[in-house]
Ligand binder design. Structure first.
Ligand code: AMP
Ligand code: MG
Length: 327
């Protein structure tokens, strides 16, 4: 089976083709174009959607060329239907709908967050993990039970990605800033005390963001170091409690922030204490990409027929714990 997946929830427009043989999936191509706002600016939804419109046709044709297939070879088309920015989501949905209706190919709307998890499982081999999803749009701890992902902790305000990006922009980086902050943080080992806020098993980052901006006025490298140490320790505490509670023997990190080495280091320590295997999604597939959407659509096609074109909506706030999973 051959599937095409289209991702356009936020900064990235991406198309990917995956071939499924038995239970295995092989990524034949994954092409991306990422919208980059000016230094110090956040994502402007209308500008990002214009970026996606401008690049959608070249990304699609490069993706098909790399996979060495034509549209007619496709068995299904999937698109990220939410959560995300409305104007951006609509671009991916329009491309998917046009192809599906013209070529008469079944179409599957996919939840973007579940896409991160399913591709993570495919690429790492984790089978029943506690999942830490840390990205621009999510900070959630999840475990699968009775056909649904259940939340065992989440952010009460901004996400871990937003914390890093908003702080990074305040010191002049261009979004996304996580990698720049990681590089600066590695130059310091001077911890400045910052607000640490874990409530129950949820985290809150907004006070930490304001306080870190003040520290940056004296030293940017100390601020980056202290920010990472504090935010990641909060996450590690919640992960540790969730591991004790769920008794899971696997932890898997997915989402763009999974690229951070210091975060992995801290979580590996937690896993060691709990006799738990540690999996992190490969760097190349940590951020948003078409493969996440493609693979999830392929899994759904095992139990569903695809949806009618008139039902191919986008939903800006579509929580992953509301999705029933039958495959
Ligand atoms: P996503 O929404 O899944 O595409 O993830 C994007 C988020 O990942 C942004 O907030 C980035 O700043 C963040 N990110 C990317 N690389 C790193 C890194 N090395 N360390 C921390 N955060 C990162
Ligand atoms: Mg994402």
């Amino acid at each position: 089976m051959l599937g095409l997946g289209i991702e356009s929830t936020a900064h990235t427009f991406s198309c990917a083709v995956i071939e499924k043989k038995g239970k295995k999936g092989k990524i034949l191509s994954d092409v991306r174009k990422i919208y980059r706002p000016d230094d110090g600016e956040g994502i402007h939804p209308r500008e990002a959607s214009r970026h996606h419109i401008e690049h959608s046709s070249s990304v699609l044709s490069d993706c098909l060329r790399d996979a060495k297939i034509s549209i007619k070879d496709l068995d299904i088309i999937s698109y990220a239907a939410g959560p995300g920015l409305g104007p951006c989501l609509r671009v991916g949905a329009v491309v998917a709908r046009s192809l599906a209706s013209f070529y008469k190919i079944p179409i599957f709307p996919v939840n973007h967050a579940i896409g991160h998890i399913e591709l993570g499982k495919l690429l790492t081999g984790a089978s029943n993990p506690l999942v830490l999803l840390v990205s621009g749009g999510h900070t959630m701890l999840l475990a699968f039970l009775n056909k649904q992902w259940r939340v065992f902790g989440e952010t009460l305000d901004i996400t871990l990605g937003q914390l890093l990006d908003q702080f990074g922009r305040s010191i002049g980086f261009a979004s996304p800033c996580g990698k720049n902050i990681e590089e600066l943080a590695s130059k310091s080992s001077n911890y400045v005390t910052l607000p640490y806020s874990v409530k129950g098993n949820d985290v809150s980052f907004s006070g930490l963001l304001s306080a870190t901006k003040s520290v940056a006025k004296k030293s940017k490298i100390d601020a980056c170091y202290s920010l990472q140490e504090t935010a990641f320790a909060m996450i590690a505490e919640s992960v540790e409690r969730a591991l004790s509670f769920t008794n899971k023997k696997e932890l898997m990190i997915v989402g763009g922030v999974a690229a951070n080495k210091r975060l992995s280091e801290m979580l590996k320590d937690v896993c060691k204490r709990h006799g738990c295997k540690f999996f992190v999604v490969p760097l190349q597939y940590a951020g948003d990409c078409g493969s996440q959407i493609c693979w999830t659509g392929i899994l759904e096609s095992k139990v569903k027929e695809g949806v009618l074109l008139k039902n191919t909506f986008v939903t800006q706030s579509w929580r992953l714990d509301s999705v029933k999973i039958d495959y």
